[in-house]
Design a protein around this ligand. Structure first.
Ligand code: 7RM
Length: 636
């Protein structure tokens, strides 16, 4: 039996039992047998329950890039590490071998050092899905700089607030990016963001679309000339197990985004372990995750997890619709992809199109399909299973979060029998619990409640950058001693978990987590708007779409409603990004509120979803009469 590579259901149960009975021994064996260390740990787990601090493998020293790259140089130097598929299918794919990756990461790391970046400094990365994105993460890790990737679909305002929160010293960006038939002026967005970011000393610019951009003297540098003269010798910085590896922002239900902090050893071990098992990765496989590296899924399962395992990982620059709706299936055929990992929202969008787009291609290389990001509805699951997997490839519905660093609940393919909409069973080392409203653990099966985790795991986020109190309040105050996920879930008669969705004010649109508060803040900046509330409503492609209820100021009442709608979406695009635009905007004279003045989003959500029959008791509201008006004017 191997703890590192589980191959059957019996084995899973045995390994799982061991991981719960003796977690430290379990993780110690995994750490010993599968990674390279510069110094061994003194202690596997230190857990301070009072202050919600955990330390895994304290005393150990390592560099994650030696695990991702250097160690493979002896056994698979000429194997493709990163398989880059450009936006334009006419442009040739690039096969970057482990040897080449080593050279490019070392050179890039030397450029960072040359520009004054040192261990512990924060570097903001704002790049499209091109090889330099993965390489820049690894270059930071090589020298111990902390990367903070900001998804390149975010606006200038969102970018600058993230840069300032982490006081980044540098931004790595590109002239622009390709997105299907369009180009996006990334450098222009960065220039706007950098108007008020005092910590930034330099900007490295990758040339990708050959656009005409402005370079600020003494601040901005083209990357290529610097790489041309950089040495390819860059010894890895020796890091402590708990040194920060990266910060990644995720939206919260209130206030500004949370900079989740992940550290080196625990994150590495868990990302690698889950990648190996959930994708049953084998040496000859070609693995593709279609997420963007700007999200945690890309960090853990495009870059770190696959590379630690010596895998070939596909990095796709483009979109599923370009040049047509067959692009994903074309890529799977072209590169003989064996594992494909995507989001339910993408599946729903693709399923709407003609099946000819799928049937044109040979998908027989596929062995395993995966989904992540939101609950997958049964219809989408069957479409994926029938048409992509041809009923032969198990689907792994993987539940996890930015905060968890790696997959938490997921089937192990060819071992765990799958059921549509169920993420099934916890992975080894993960101890989920369901809680009732009062914080009492619901034991036994056939129960539904709020999902929490009662024991630490190696890749859990250690803190929120600069605000440990907020970390404690959000994740550990609801059910003291347990990590609270913010999700609801049920456990069925066999012990399988089904995630039912968020229980807080986070709405998942096309797989992106959006907090209601920042969107409402953006709307309220409009000079004609008095107040607003955002809810999600079911959308057959995006999963949820956004519905806004807006109260206009008296001065705004004469305005053309459609113009105001456009201006609101324009504001949202500027403040957050186009992903947060509202599908529907209803103007109203009031919003249903509790007596303590809280907007009752639950009621608004039901109305927007057409469930006006089930509003429940509204008599305790401050203003029940407003509900009638809202229902009367609802937009369908
Ligand atoms: C990996 C990622 C986290 C939230 C999480 C859930 C939802 C993710 C699933 C899911 C049902 C799934 N990180 N979620 N995976 N819900 N089934 N398989 O998405 O931080 O961006 O989002 O996403 O609500 O709390 S994330």
């Amino acid at each position: 039996m191997s703890n590192y590579h589980i191959k059957g259901l019996e084995e899973y149960f045995q390994v799982y039992r061991k991981s719960v009975d003796n977690p430290t021994q379990f993780w110690e064996e995994i750490a010993e047998e599968n990674f390279v260390w510069r110094k061994r740990w003194d202690n596997v787990l230190a857990w301070d329950k009072e202050d919600n601090r955990v330390k895994w493998f304290e005393g150990a020293q390592l560099n994650i890039t030696e695990n991702c790259i250097d160690r493979h140089l002896y056994i698979r130097p000429d194997k493709t590490a990163i398989l880059f598929e450009p936006n334009n299918p006419q442009e040739p794919a690039q096969h970057i071998t482990y040897k080449e990756l080593h050279e490019r990461v070392c050179k890039f790391a030397n450029v960072l050092k040359d520009k004054g970046i040192q261990k512990g400094d924060r570097v903001c990365i704002y790049l499209p899905m091109i090889p330099e994105l993965a390489i820049s993460l690894l270059a930071c890790a090589r020298i111990g700089a902390i990367h903070s990737v900001v998804f390149a679909g975010f606006s200038a305002t969102a970018l600058s607030s993230r840069i300032n929160d982490a006081t980044c010293k540098m931004v790595i960006t590109s002239d622009g990016s390709y997105r299907g038939a369009k180009t996006i002026d990334l450098k222009g967005i960065v220039d706007e963001a950098l108007q008020d970011t005092p910590s930034i000393e330099s900007v490295l610019v990758v040339k990708r679309i050959q656009s005409d951009i402005t370079m600020q003297n003494g601040r901005d540098y083209w990357l290529q000339p610097l790489l041309d003269v950089a040495s390819s010798d860059c010894p890895a910085e020796i890091m402590n197990a708990e040194d920060e590896l990266f910060i990644l922002y995720t939206s919260g239900s209130t206030g500004k985004p949370k900079g989740m902090v992940h550290t080196t050893a625990g994150y590495m071990i868990y990302a690698a372990y889950t990648f190996k098992n959930v994708f049953q990765y084998r040496e000859q496989d070609v693995y593709w995750c279609s997420a963007d590296i700007g999200w945690i899924t890309g960090h853990s399962y495009i870059v770190y997890g696959p590379l630690v395992n010596g895998a070939t990982t596909v990095l796709f620059e483009g979109v599923p619709t370009y040049p047509d709706w067959g692009r994903f299936w074309n890529i799977i055929e072209k590169h003989k992809v064996t594992q494909f990992y995507t989001a339910p929202t993408a599946i729903r969008a693709l399923a709407k199109e003609n099946l000819d787009y799928v049937e044109k291609y040979d998908l027989s290389s596929l062995k395993i399909l995966g989904t992540v990001g939101e609950p997958i509805n049964e219809e989408a699951w069957h479409w994926y299973n029938d048409n992509i997997g041809k009923k032969k490839s198990p689907i792994v519905d993987t539940w996890w979060q930015t905060e968890t660093g790696g997959m938490m609940i997921s089937p192990i393919p060819y071992a765990t029998p799958t059921i549509p909409t169920f993420a099934t069973l916890p992975l080894p080392g993960i101890q989920p619990v369901l809680m009732d409203e009062k914080g009492v653990e619901l034991t036994g099966n056939q129960v539904e409640g709020r999902l929490a985790v009662k024991f630490p795991w190696p890749s859990m986020a250690r803190t929120i950058w600069g605000n440990h109190q907020r970390y404690k309040d959000i994740y550990f105050s609801t059910y003291p001693g347990n990590y609270f996920t913010g999700d609801g879930a049920l456990r069925d008669a066999t012990g399988y978990y089904r995630i039912t969705g968020r229980v807080d004010d986070v709405i998942i649109v096309s797989g992106h987590n959006l907090g209601t508060a920042p969107i409402e803040d953006a709307i309220n900046e409009h000079q004609a708007v008095a107040e607003s509330a955002i809810v999600g409503f079911p959308h057959n492609v995006k999963g949820n779409a956004l519905y806004g209820y807006v109260i206009l100021k008296e001065t705004g009442e004469g305005r053309d409603h459609n113009n105001v709608r456009k201006e609101i979406n324009q504001l949202i695009t500027e403040r957050i990004g186009p992903i947060a635009k509202l599908d529907k905007i209803q103007f109203t004279s009031g919003l249903p509120k509790t007596r303590s003045g809280k907007i009752m989003r639950r009621i608004l959500r039901k109305i927007a979803s057409g469930e006006t029959e089930q509003l429940g008791d509204i008599s305790t509201l401050l203003n029940p009469e407003v509900v009638e008006e809202v229902i009367k004017n609802v937009l369908v």
